[in-house]
Ligand binder design. Sequence first.
Ligand code: ARG
Length: 265
Amino acid sequence: MKTLLMCEPRYFEVCYVINPWMDGNLGRVDTGLAVRQWRDLYDVLSGKAPIKLIEPVAGLPDMVFTANGGFVCRDREVVISSFRHPERRVESRYFSDFFVGSGYRVSGLGNGVHFEGAGDALRDSSGQVWAGYGQRSDVGAIDEIAAMLHGRVNGLALVDPKWYHLDTAFCPLEGGCVIAYDKAFSAQGVGSIERAFGGGTIWVSEEDANSFACNAVNIGSDVILHRASDELKAALGRQGFNVIEVGVSEFIKAGGACKCLTLEL
Ligand code: ARG
């Protein structure tokens, strides 16, 4: 069973711009609403999976996006993130302390290699790891992660700054399915997704991509996301999935939604 790590939005705000979504949203977060939205997500998820919490830290507004804390590469072993932007670098220390305190073996990548954790490293239902690179994480992270896993990692180049983490445009689901947005990837990436997932591939529309539909949490047959069109709900329904919408508009102002507010432990 999945255990998820979350971080209360006590200090969440948009006070710097490190992705296109944050642009124009400086100081625009309704913090009361953000707290309620986060709580709604917590309530839905905690009914389906155990949740652990990491203590938020003042001055680190993006710490709520726990997906970027690290990548749990195997049982009780985590690769801590090395953030591209200085604004988020201090978070690594707090995530690292959390994992050490929880009995994990903690490692990092080689000097100077950027890697933003489970935002850019996702496992599909067969156990295969997919890694996004070219925006936040470096291509060099792929070989390092593969060496740690003693296995193969499928790299996906991210070609548009709007889709700057793999989990903004790609979400593997149970049973060999995936939801993804093609414009985030190169033609080669689109090809490798189609080859791997075949008929289980659900390409989302631009409208759904912009609603962060690919930034979904999948627990069993439930797919928890900010918003999905009727078309996407139907496509997911045909694959046996049930969509649960939890509005997280305030977090989208910072460029994240349901999935990046969680980290799979
Ligand atoms: N403002 C955060 C950043 O730009 C949002 C992170 C969203 N996380 C994610 N895994 N997509 O880093």
